[in-house]
Design a protein around this ligand. Structure first.
Ligand SMILES: Cc1cc2nc3c(=O)[nH]c(=O)nc-3n(C[C@H](O)[C@H](O)[C@H](O)COP(=O)(O)O)c2cc1C
Length: 187
């Protein structure tokens, strides 16, 4: 199962269009989680206490962990997230806060080093940016660090189209160039 985490907000999202090209023709089942439609709980003290209690009691199939278990069990993961304020929409951070659960997506070895528990071998991060560059550190780089340092997902790739909002830029042509590249790569 490919887990498609859709963090796009706009109806005409160009990031989502790129992700759809990446996913087209795949024979595996694709399960989409549209973060815009998720009512995320507030991760407050009460939430954390309940979560810790469920984990310590081994109740990892509690509905509280549905998103976490889906992430941990996916064979491959695709995230689509527009580049917002040097990072990504807040809903993706809310989602990742729910997914990071000791005992489901990772555990600590006795020497304190995190060890990944996720099945996926590959995560692709799809993004588009208004400006000319997508620096790694706060968006894609952050997700990549989680994959490599916690989840145990060894292959992390970036698909991007940048410069879409620059005055005079032909956004559709930039997008089509990346779409052609993706289709050629798959052929
Ligand atoms: C709230 C918001 C914040 C943004 N922040 C940035 C930014 O920091 N850097 C940048 O290059 N573009 C920024 N943009 C422009 C988007 O990255 C660009 O329009 C992108 O293609 C939007 O993706 P979408 O078509 O999938 O919605 C921002 C757009 C919005 C709406």
């Amino acid at each position: 199962m490919i887990l498609f985490i859709n963090a796009c907000v706009r109806g005409q999202s160009r990031t989502k269009r790129l992700a759809e090209v990446l996913l087209e023709g795949r024979r595996e089942e694709v399960t989409e989680i549209c973060l815009e439609r998720c009512a995320f709980p507030r991760v407050d003290e009460e939430f954390l206490c309940r979560r810790d209690r469920l984990v310590s009691e081994g109740k990892l199939d509690d509905p509280m962990f549905d998103l976490t278990n889906a992430f941990a069990r996916a064979d491959e993961i695709v995230i689509a997230a527009p580049y917002w304020d040097l990072s990504f929409p807040a809903a993706l951070k809310q989602y990742l806060e729910l997914v990071n659960v000791v005992g489901i997506t990772f555990r600590y070895r006795s020497d304190g080093v995190p060890e990944g528990l996720c099945r996926a071998k590959k995560l692709t991060y799809v993004t588009t940016a208004g400006g000319p560059v997508v620096p790694e550190e706060f968006g894609y780089g952050y997700v990549k660090a989680l994959c490599l340092g916690y989840y145990g997902i060894p292959e992390v790739c970036l698909v991007q189209a940048a410069g879409l909002d620059i005055e005079g830029a032909d956004a559709e042509e930039i997008l089509q160039r990346e779409i052609r590249r993706l289709r050629e790569e798959k052929a």
